[in-house]
Design a protein. Structure first.
Length: 698
């Protein structure tokens, strides 16, 4: 934060006793009419060259009118005759400030304060020089000495304000927010309720997610018409970031109503910008689009309107439109933050990974260590770095079956288009009544190919090894899947899975292979309604065949926390009924109502709870109640290490049989093995210098 506060130099006795013919020139200087002052004193010196006061005033007018280097040369010539003159030495040092040559000014001010330690202008000039060199500790020392000489000097207090603001900004960069906050609050001793300070505090509270404090800072700002609008817009953003988008829209509407009372006010565009954003946050896409259309007529090709259209595209999954508008923003201004990082986000949402990285790095080239851009790159790195997962399960049911399982999974993305997965599972199951016990080992490896953006082909093969008493067998496993997103808010997967009936020891013993041919389709909408469908056709090696239909109609009631409700329906048929071996009715149906709630307890911990209840009917039997529930917690120990724990319960007959009750507890540990993807250094070797190296606690 650079701010030059030019100390007022009093031209001592010579100025106070100067001739009346120079009054006009003095008036020009006092009014800031430096070009006119330069012309006046230049003409005056043509007839009175030895006049020291005129020479001094001409030097100041020369420098302040835009020629600071010439002013420096002028004062250096004067110093030949007046080597120890404070006024000339002071103006000479100050001329470096006019040129923003702070390094050049520093040694001259060091000499000046040594020779004249009690001169207010020297102390203040040195403080401003150090401030602009970001040497804030020393700058505060010297500005405090200046204020000690003149306690009521407003200019010195303004300098101290900007020094503390600059110093606070250094702590913000290091994320030492409390220290920055305390420094800024000290400014209120000189300038109570200063608007600049309140605005910076509000921004800090935004970073620390102290939204109540942010709102309080904005409310304290609202002492004028303009500031009240700024405050309402800021409060709207705070409520949105706090997950209260309805409140955000309320305050955005208040700001809009207020600014509409003064058509053409300077805050009109900012206010309408926030108002349309609030409509989008509340998924009011139709009125948002209408407002954007009307704004575009008044402000064609305006970046802030283009940004609104891009934001609408991101919320409605129209990423092509977003990219198009971000490109228009960058055509207008290649250094636009919204254009660069916004486009990077849109490219990532379009499954264009490398261009997304490039957009984020371009943002860093322009804005340095910008936290949002760095955070975006970190998210991409975490999603594409080699990772390992350890999963432990314990299950039991009311048929006296218990099972323990441990699964190790390692994911290694080799490139943006090729990822490998290696998995090993050990599972032991037994029946406490029959004492039947079976152990199984599953080894598998998979490759996932990105055919094109949003089209993936996964091929997985492995071996299932089982031991039941004295019997051991091996069976191959296979999983082929085509994952696509054919349209906006749509996904369609086609797959074939060869797997074993391995729910309990009895089924493992029978070595039944299931060949699943499946399809899943999910349709989303921009009005919170969704529809998910799954179809599976399963011929088995025991000669039986299963047909399964599952469909779910759901509605998203809220986003933060995410709250979803819906209706599920299942329909299952088996060609042959073998109830003594496994649940295989000729017809099975169930319908249930469900809810799913997910939210954050803190920045590091989040949780979920879901439950469902309804009715099921097995063939011609009477309908019976079904219910199930699941809950879990996730805690992030660091950006690369997290732990999941969960528990679930179900009595749905489709899992194993009528009257069945099943419980499972589990724990998953996820670790990103490296900080960056394997392909990161080879693709972005030049860009890596843009990222600061930081130590991360593991």
């Amino acid at each position: 934060m650079i701010r030059i506060i030019t100390p007022l130099i009093i031209l001592s006795f010579s100025l106070l006793t100067a001739q009346a013919p120079m009054d006009k020139g003095f008036n020009h200087l006092e009014k800031g009419e430096f070009k006119e002052a330069k012309t006046f004193f230049e003409n005056y010196l043509a007839t009175n060259p030895p006049n020291k006061t005129a020479q001094l005033c001409f030097g100041r007018a020369l420098g302040l009118s835009g020629e600071p280097e010439k002013a420096t040369e002028h004062f250096e010539k004067m110093l030949v005759e007046y080597s120890d003159d404070y006024e000339i030495l002071s103006n000479h040092a100050e001329s470096f400030l006019w040129a923003k040559n702070f390094k050049g000014a520093k040694p001259h001010y060091i000499t000046l304060v040594e020779k004249f330690p009690d001169k207010f202008g020297a102390l203040l000039g040195f403080a401003n020089t150090l401030s602009n060199l970001q040497e804030y500790v020393d700058a505060l020392k010297w500005v405090n000495q200046a204020i000690a000489l003149e306690p009521d000097n407003e200019g010195a207090k303004i300098s101290r304000k900007y020094i503390k603001m600059g110093y606070a900004n250094e702590f913000v960069k290091k994320e030492e927010y409390k220290t920055a906050e305390n420094l800024l609050k000290q400014i209120f001793n000189d300038f109570p309720e200063d608007k600049n300070v309140l605005q910076i505090l509000a921004n800090i509270y935004l970073m620390t997610k102290e939204f109540d404090k942010k709102i309080d800072a904005y409310e304290r700002m609202a002492t004028s018409f303009k500031d009240s609008i700024v405050a309402l817009n800021g409060i709207a953003l705070a409520h949105h970031l706090d997950g209260k988008s309805k409140k955000a829209l309320h305050f955005a509407e208040l700001a809009k109503a207020k600014v509409d009372t003064q058509p053409g006010h300077e805050m009109t565009n900012d206010t309408y910008n926030r108002y349309v954003q609030a409509l989008i946050w509340n998924h009011k896409y139709v009125p948002a689009k209408k407002k954007i259309d009307s704004l575009e007529i008044k402000h064609p090709n305006s970046n802030w309107v283009l940004s609104l259209r891009s934001t609408l595209g991101m919320y409605t999954a129209d990423f092509k439109t977003s990219i198009k508008n971000y490109n228009s923003i960058l055509a207008n201004d290649s250094t636009s933050f919204d254009g660069n990082l916004g486009k990077a986000n849109a490219l990532f949402a379009s499954d264009e990974l490398i261009p997304a990285y490039e957009g984020a790095f371009q943002t860093l080239r322009i804005f340095g260590q910008q936290r949002d851009a760095i955070g975006f790159i970190e998210r991409l790195n975490i999603q594409n770095s080699p990772s390992a997962e350890q999963w432990f399960q314990y299950t039991f049911d009311n048929g006296d079956n218990i099972a323990y399982a441990a699964t190790t999974t390692i994911n290694v993305p080799f490139s943006p288009s090729l990822k490998s997965t290696f998995k090993y599972q050990y599972r032991t199951s037994e029946n406490e009544v029959t004492v039947n016990q079976a152990n199984s080992h599953t080894f598998s490896g998979a490759m996932t190919f990105k055919i094109r953006p949003k089209v993936y082909l996964q091929a997985e093969g492995g071996v299932f090894s089982a031991q039941f008493l004295d019997t051991t067998y091996l069976q191959p496993t296979l999983n082929l899947k085509l994952q696509t997103k054919p349209f906006r808010l749509n996904s369609l997967d086609l797959y074939y899975i060869r797997e074993m009936q391995a729910f309990n020891a009895e089924l493992i013993k029978r070595e039944i292979v299931m060949n699943n041919y499946g399809l899943t389709y999910n349709l989303g909408t921009n009005f919170n309604l969704g529809w998910y469908t799954q179809l599976i056709y399963t011929p088995q090696t025991d000669g039986n065949t299963r047909n399964l239909l599952f469909t779910s109609l759901y509605y998203n009631l809220a986003r933060k926390p995410a709250f979803k409700i819906g209706l599920n329906f299942s329909y299952i048929t088996f060609a042959e009924q073998v109830p003594t071996i496994y649940f295989s009715p000729s017809i099975y149906r169930n319908a249930e109502f469900f809810f799913d709630l997910r939210g954050n307890f803190s920045s590091k911990t989040k949780g979920f709870v879901s439950a469902a209840g309804g009715l099921q009917k097995v063939e011609d039997d009477d309908e019976t109640l079904i219910y199930r529930a699941e809950t879990g917690l996730t805690h992030e120990f660091s950006k690369r290490l997290k732990l999941d724990v969960y528990g679930k319960y179900s009595n749905i007959a489709s899992a194993i049989g009528a009257g069945f009750q099943f419980t499972e507890f589990g724990l998953k540990l996820n670790w990103n093995i490296t900080k960056q993807p394997l392909f990161f250094k080879s693709m972005f070797s030049e860009e890596m210098s843009l990222l600061e190296t930081t130590d991360e606690e593991e």
